[in-house]
Ligand binder design. Sequence first.
Ligand code: ZN
Length: 61
Amino acid sequence: MATQKLVVQCKVCGTEFELPEDVMDGEIASCPTCGARYIVRLKGGSVTLEEFKGDVEDYGE
Ligand SMILES: [Zn+2]
C-alpha cells in the first residue's frame, strides 16, 4: 500500500517538512525551522503552499 506523503518545501528557508495526512485545504501550516506560515492548498492530489498574508498578531519574530 502506498502511503502518500505530503511533503512541502518552505519558500523562505528551503526546509522540507511533512504535512499531516488528514490536512485540509485552506489549513495554516508553519515551517518547523523558520516559522513561516502558509496556507495549504490541495489540488488534484498534490499539495502546494500559498503565502499566508493575513494579519497575524504574533508575527514578527
Ligand atoms: Zn522555513
